[in-house]
Design a protein around this ligand. Structure first.
Ligand SMILES: [Fe+2]
Ligand SMILES: [Fe+2]
Length: 142
């Protein structure tokens, strides 16, 4: 995983793989969406387009968290409550920024939204999602 300083896009690498095919696929799509948002913000494209991208990231996050929560419940994952709480916090924070942006795009620090998304990718996938996948793929609680 690389996050170039000058260009803050995220380069997909196998470091992101957690070993559950469907979830890995969704993580990849999410990273593509985040990079798309980054590019649109850089190019100062039409605000409607940025709002559309923010909305599709929101929808993708919701669906993605629901999938992971289903996987955790079906494997009786012990750390499900903490993991779910982390999803809720991330989604709440993101929703708050997105709603502010929709109300007053020029007053919102766009970098904050991007930073939140990048932090989510780095911290959540590489730590919480990987930990969860150990239990799901091995059948042993971590
Ligand atoms: Fe995830
Ligand atoms: Fe997760």
């Amino acid at each position: 995983m690389t996050t170039a300083a000058a260009d803050q896009s995220i380069t997909w690498s196998d470091d992101f793989l957690i070993g559950i095919k469907e979830i890995d696929h969704e993580h990849r799509c999410l990273i593509e969406d985040i990079n798309k948002l980054h590019q649109e913000l850089l190019e100062h494209v039409d605000l409607d387009r940025i709002e559309d991208t923010l909305g599709s990231i929101h929808a993708r996050m919701q669906a993605h968290f629901a999938l992971e929560e289903h996987v955790m419940v079906s494997h009786d994952y012990l750390h499900y409550p903490e993991h779910k709480a982390e999803h809720e916090r991330l989604l709440d924070e993101y929703t708050e920024h997105m709603t502010k942006f929709e109300g007053a795009p020029n007053l919102v620090d766009k970098e904050t939204i991007e930073d939140l998304l990048r932090q989510w990718i780095v911290d959540h996938i590489l730590n919480s999602d990987k930990k969860m996948s150990l239990t799901v793929t091995s059948g042993k609680q971590a």
